[in-house]
Design a protein around this ligand. Structure first.
Ligand code: PEP
Ligand code: MG
Length: 754
C-alpha cells in the first residue's frame, strides 16, 4: 500500500523534469512509458496507465506500467464506459478502494486489471478539455489519500501541457497524441452573411508553456504575485470611466473581475500548485481547468456567467505572465479571421478592415459586435461551440456566414467546394457592379428608390460603390455605444459634418439616439427592467431625459452647417411623442438662429413606425410628419409578439405572412391618403423576395445594408411587380398563411434566381 506521506508531487515532478530533459530520449511512446514508470514508483502504485483521447468519443490505452503490455494501443473505451470512460465524461476523479463494486466498473480482461482493487483515476485536462485519463491501481483494498490525488492531478496537468506541445507524438500509434490537428466542423448561427477563407487570429491567444515544471517555487510565486499586481491595476484601470465603453466591457463584469482578482482562496490554490512544482502559468491553468470543468456542469446561468468571468480573468493573468499581447495591436496576417469567445464593438472596430471574417463562441444577432461586423461587411458566425478551444493561431479556416457554419483545418475537398461558392459569389458581385448606375426599375416600369443603412463613418465608402441613392437610415447610437464616455457636442457635430461631406449630394436620414433595450450605454446608469424591449427605450428615454437629445439635435444642426438636414425619431408610439420631439427640434433650430448659426436650407423631420399602435394614430400624425420610415425589425417583433433577439422564436413568423402584408398595406394606404412619403428600413428590405413583396404592395423606397442593394436591384429588374401583387392577393384569397410559396414558386418557374 502506498505511504501517502512519501507522496510528494514536487519530487515526482523534479524526476519527471530530469527524465524529460535527458538528451537523446526517444519518441513519444518511449517518453510516455518512462512517465508511467516514474509515477508508479513515485506514488508506490503497482499500476500506472495513461489513456489518451483517440477521437471525441474514444480513449485508447497508450502506456502502462503494471497492466499487460500487449494491451497497449489495443484497448479502447468509449466516453462514459467503465471507470476510465466516466472520468473522461465527467472530468472528475474517481477514487475507490473496491473498483469491482464501484458503479460503472467494467474491467477489460486483456489488460489483467481485475486483480487490482484500489483504483484512482484523474482526468488529463487542458483548459477544461479532457485530453485523457491518468490511472493508478493497487491490489490491496484502500482509498488513496488526498495527497496522492493532488499529486496525480498535478502530474496530469504537466502531461496535458506536454501533450499540447506535441511531446508524445510519435510515428505509428502515437500519432493519436497530436492535438488540434484534425479538421473540426462547427455549426453556429448566422450573424452576418458572406463567406470567407483565411487564417485564424485568436482574439485572446492561447499560452503555450514550454517549461511546465519549475524547481524554484519562490521565483514562480514572485512571478505570480507580480502578475496579480499587474492584473489588479489593469482591472482598476478598466473600471475607470474612460476605459469602460472603449473596450465594450460592462461594469458588473469588471466588478466581478475585481472580486476574483482579490480572492484569497483562488490565489492560495495557485500558490499551493507552485509549491508542488508547477510553473506559475500551469498553476493558473490548473485553476482555470477546474473552473471550466465546473462550468460545464452548472446549469444556473448566473453562476456560469461568473465562472466565465473567472475564466477571462485567468486568461488575462496568463497573458501577463507570458508577457503576451492580445487584441488588435498585434501584427495581423492577411485574410485574418478573428476567433473569439465574445468581443465588444470598439475592439472589433479596432481590428477593422484587417479582418475578413469573425467567428464567435457566443454573441447574438443584435449585439453591437454584430452591428459592427455588418458595417464592416464581413461574414460573422455566432454561437460556434468550442471554437476558441479548438482553433490555434494560424489555422486554416472557412467561414460561411450565410449558413452559420465554420470549417476549421478543413479537408481539401471541403475547401475546394467552399472556394467554388466564393467564386460564384464573386461572379454575382461583379454582375451587381454592372447594375450600379442603373435604376431599380421593374419590368412594368416601377422604379424603387434603394437606400442604404449605415451607422459608422466606416460605412460611407460603400455609398458610391453599392449604387444606393442615399442613406435611408443612419443609426446614430453606434457612436455613443463604442465610446468611453458621452461624446461631446463638438465631436458629434464634426462627425455628422464628415458624414454629410462623404454623402455629397445624396440625402442622409439621421435617426436620433435609439438606446435602451439591448443597446445599453455603460456610462449611463443601467435601469433593470423586466422586459427591456417593451421598456424605457429610444424616444421614451430621450423625452424623459432631454439633455442628451437636445445636445444631439444641436450637433446635427451644427454638423449640417446650413446644408439640408433630415432627422427621424425612433420608436414613436403615439402622435404626442412625435409632436414633442418635433417641437424640441424646432426649438433648437430657433436657438441656433438666435445664436447666429446657420440653419438648414431645408429641414425634414420624420418618424419611424415601429409599434403597431402608430399605424392607427390619428390623421394628424400623417399630416405633420414629413415622412414615415417603417422599422420592420421592431414592427414585426411587436406585430407577432416574437422577440427579434430570441433564437427560439425570431424566425418563427414569416415576413411574407399575409396578415403582416395586410397590415403593411394599411400603413401604405394611410400614407397615400395624406401624401406622406413612406419608406421601409428594417433588415427585411434587404432580402430580395421580401423587397419584391414590399414593392408589390406599394413601398417605393427601401433602405437596406449596402451588400443587399445589388441582389435586390437585380431581382426587381427581372420582374413585373403587378404579377407579384396578384400572387399575394391570390395567396390571401386561398387562405394561405404566407405568400412565400406562391412568390418563390413563381420566381423559380420564371427562371429568376433569388
Ligand atoms: C428597425 O427596428 O427595423 C430598425 C431599423 O431599427 P433597429 O434595427 O435599429 O432597432
Ligand atoms: Mg428599431
Amino acid at each position: 500500500m502506498p505511504d501517502s506521506k512519501a507522496v510528494d508531487s514536487r519530487t515526482i515532478l523534479t524526476r519527471l523534469r530530469e527524465v524529460l530533459s535527458e538528451p537523446g530520449q526517444g519518441q513519444g511512446q518511449e517518453r510516455l512509458d518512462r512517465i508511467v514508470k516514474l509515477i508508479a514508483n513515485g506514488i508506490v502504485a503497482e499500476v500506472c496507465s495513461v489513456y489518451l483521447k483517440r477521437d471525441d468519443d474514444t480513449l485508447e490505452l497508450c502506456a502502462t506500467q503494471g497492466l499487460n503490455a500487449d494491451s497497449v494501443h489495443r484497448t479502447w473505451l468509449r466516453r462514459g464506459q467503465g471507470l476510465v470512460g466516466r472520468i473522461a465524461d465527467r472530468a472528475e476523479p474517481i477514487n475507490t478502494a473496491d473498483a469491482a463494486n464501484t458503479s460503472g466498473y467494467m474491467p477489460i480482461p486483456s489488460t489483467g486489471e481485475e486483480v487490482f482493487s484500489a483504483f484512482l483515476g484523474v482526468p488529463i485536462l487542458r483548459l477544461g478539455e479532457v485530453l485523457g485519463v491518468l490511472v493508478v491501481q493497487n491490489r490491496q483494498n484502500h482509498e488513496y489519500s488526498d495527497d496522492v490525488i493532488y499529486a496525480l492531478e498535478v502530474v496530469a496537468m504537466v502531461i496535458a501541457e506536454m501533450a499540447e506541445l506535441g511531446a508524445f507524438v510519435g510515428p505509428g500509434p502515437m500519432e493519436i497524441a497530436r492535438q488540434h490537428r484534425g479538421s473540426v466542423f462547427a455549426r453556429g448561427l448566422q450573424g452576418q452573411e458572406g463567406v470567407a477563407e483565411g487564417v485564424v487570429v485568436l482574439h485572446e491567444p492561447h499560452i503555450v508553456v514550454s517549461q511546465p515544471i519549475s524547481d524554484d517555487p519562490e521565483h514562480e510565486t514572485r512571478r505570480l504575485h507580480q502578475a496579480l499586481d499587474a492584473l489588479r491595476s489593469e482591472v482598476d484601470e478598466m473600471l475607470s470611466a474612460d476605459y469602460l465603453t472603449a473596450k465594450g466591457e460592462h461594469r458588473d463584469v469588471l466588478n466581478s473581475y475585481k472580486m476574483f482578482a482579490n480572492n484569497k482562496g483562488w490565489i492560495r490554490r495557485m500558490e499551493v500548485s507552485i509549491q508542488s512544482g508547477l510553473a506559475a502559468e500551469v498553476a493558473v491553468e490548473k485553476e482555470q481547468s477546474d473552473t471550466r470543468a465546473r462550468m460545464s456542469r452548472i446549469a444556473d446561468a448566473y453562476i456560469r456567467e461568473r465562472l466565465h468571468d473567472l475564466d477571462d480573468l485567468s486568461n488575462r493573468l496568463l497573458r501577463l505572465l507570458a508577457g503576451m499581447e492580445a487584441g488588435s495591436g498585434r501584427d495581423i496576417p492577411e485574410n485574418a479571421i478573428l476567433v473569439a469567445r465574445n468581443i465588444g464593438p470598439a475592439e472589433l472596430l479596432d481590428y477593422g478592415r484587417k479582418l475578413s471574417g469573425v467567428v464567435l463562441e457566443e454573441g447574438s444577432v443584435g449585439s453591437h459586435a454584430a452591428i459592427v461586423a455588418r458595417a464592416l461587411a464581413i461574414p460573422l458566425v455566432i454561437h460556434a461551440r468550442r471554437i476558441t478551444r479548438e482553433a490555434q493561431n494560424g489555422d486554416h479556416i472557412l467561414v460561411d456566414g450565410d449558413q452559420g457554419l465554420v470549417h476549421l483545418r478543413p479537408e481539401e475537398t471541403v475547401a475546394k467546394a467552399f472556394r467554388e461558392k466564393i467564386e460564384m459569389l464573386t461572379v454575382a458581385q461583379e454582375k451587381y457592379a454592372t447594375l450600379r448606375d442603373k435604376p431599380a426599375k421593374s419590368r412594368d416600369g416601377i422604379t424603387i428608390d434603394l437606400h442604404m443603412n449605415a451607422g459608422l463613418m466606416a460605412d460611407l465608402p460603400s455609398l458610391p460603390k453599392c449604387g444606393a441613392t442615399g442613406v435611408g437610415l443612419y443609426r446614430t447610437e453606434l457612436q455613443f455605444l463604442i465610446r468611453a464616455n458621452m461624446p461631446r457636442r463638438s465631436d458629434l457635430a464634426a462627425l455628422y459634418s464628415r458624414i454629410l461631406n462623404a454623402a455629397g449630394d445624396k440625402p442622409v436620414v439621421f435617426r436620433t439616439l435609439d438606446i435602451g433595450s439591448d443597446k445599453v450605454l455603460p456610462y449611463m446608469n443601467r435601469v433593470e427592467e423586466p422586459n427591456p424591449a417593451l421598456g424605457w427605450r429610444a424616444i421614451r428615454l430621450s423625452l424623459d431625459r432631454q439633455g442628451v437629445m437636445r445636445m444631439q439635435l444641436q450637433a446635427l444642426l451644427r454638423g449640417a452647417n446650413g446644408r439640408p438636414l433630415t432627422v427621424m425619431f425612433p420608436f414613436i408610439s403615439q402622435v404626442s411623442e412625435f409632436e414633442t420631439a418635433r417641437g424640441l427640434m424646432l426649438r433648437e433650430v430657433d436657438r441656433e438662429a438666435a445664436l447666429g448659426h446657420p440653419i438648414p436650407e431645408t429641414l425634414r423631420i420624420g418618424t419611424m413606425m415601429e409599434t403597431p399602435s402608430l399605424a392607427y394614430a390619428p390623421d394628424k400624425l400623417f399630416k405633420i410628419t414629413d415622412f414615415i420610415s417603417v422599422g420592420g425589425n421592431d414592427l414585426k417583433q411587436f406585430f407577432f409578439a416574437a422577440d427579434r433577439e430570441n433564437e427560439l422564436v425570431r424566425r418563427r413568423y414569416d415576413s411574407l405572412s399575409t396578415s403582416y402584408l395586410s397590415f403593411l398595406e394599411r400603413i401604405i394606404l394611410r400614407c397615400r391618403e395624406f401624401d406622406t412619403p413612406l419608406s421601409f428600413c428594417g433588415e427585411d428590405a434587404g432580402r430580395p423576395v421580401e423587397a419584391l413583396a414590399f414593392s408589390a404592395i406599394g413601398f417605393r423606397t427601401l433602405s437596406m445594408r449596402p451588400a443587399s442593394i445589388g441582389p435586390v436591384k437585380a431581382m426587381l429588374r427581372q420582374v413585373e411587380l403587378e404579377q407579384v401583387r396578384e400572387l399575394i392577393e391570390g395567396a390571401r384569397y386561398d387562405g394561405a398563411e404566407s405568400a412565400r410559396d406562391a412568390i418563390e414558386g413563381w420566381l423559380t418557374h420564371s427562371g429568376v434566381r433569388f
